[in-house]
Write a protein that binds this ligand. Structure first.
Ligand code: CA
Length: 218
């Protein structure tokens, strides 16, 4: 899951970046509205966490541009403004949820999971495929009811593939779901994660489509 965090407060932005990464998300952080608009117009994110009071371009304007481009990614507003009118304006401008500062990190992570789940058209919080289950909230994976240990990145790759079961995911899509901008992948790291996942889940669980990408067949 790749998240764009838009927050101009350095301490809050830093804290949220660290916290959300610990919660298992790939996080890219920008500090003003113009940088946010550019990132959202040119890159693919699973969700945007958006402050409203921003330098250069207001958060509400960033959001309106996202929706005007036809981008459907979930948007969660972070705001110090607890006035009901601001919440209504945000939701009516295309936001899907909001949190009023100060932010509780566990609540933010849970709301992100819920928004991503709904965006994928799922109500069920557990992903299942064959004998494999994956719980995003607890980060627990089981095979035939036995818990298995995965590294943070193995979990992220598996989560992305299971969330998109039946669709081919390119190398670039998978890498963007596990790495942020400041965290350039080794050229063969993805293959290593896939290799480890196959050892733990069974060799046929993840299919390779040469030159195209990987998928979990439906
Ligand atoms: Ca701000």
């Amino acid at each position: 899951m790749r998240i764009l965090l838009v927050e101009d407060d350095p301490q809050l932005g830093d804290g949220l970046t660290v916290g959300l990464r610990q919660a298992g998300f790939a996080v890219d952080w920008v500090k003003d509205g113009v940088a946010a608009d550019q990132a959202l117009a040119t890159e693919t994110f699973d969700l945007v966490v958006l402050d409203l009071g921003l330098p250069k371009l207001e958060g509400m304007e960033v959001l309106k541009r996202v929706r005007a481009r036809g981008q459907a990614l979930p948007a969660l507003i972070l705001t110090a403004r607890d006035a009901t009118a601001d919440k209504i304006a945000g939701l009516d401008s295309g936001a899907d949820d909001y949190l009023v500062k100060p932010i509780d990190l566990d609540e933010l992570a849970a709301r992100i999971r819920a928004l991503v789940r709904r965006a994928a058209g799922r109500a069920e919080p557990v992903l299942r495929h064959g004998t494999v289950t994956l719980e995003p909230a607890s980060r627990r994976v089981t095979v035939a009811d036995f818990a298995i240990e995965l590294s943070a990145r193995e979990f992220a790759v598996l989560h992305a593939l299971m969330e998109n079961a039946g669709r081919v995911m390119s190398r670039a899509q998978l890498e963007s779901s596990i790495y942020g901008w400041r965290d350039e992948p080794d050229s063969n790291a993805l293959e290593v994660h896939i290799h480890h996942l196959r050892k733990k889940l069974g060799t046929d669980f993840i299919k390779t489509l040469r030159g195209v990408g990987y998928m979990i067949p439906k």
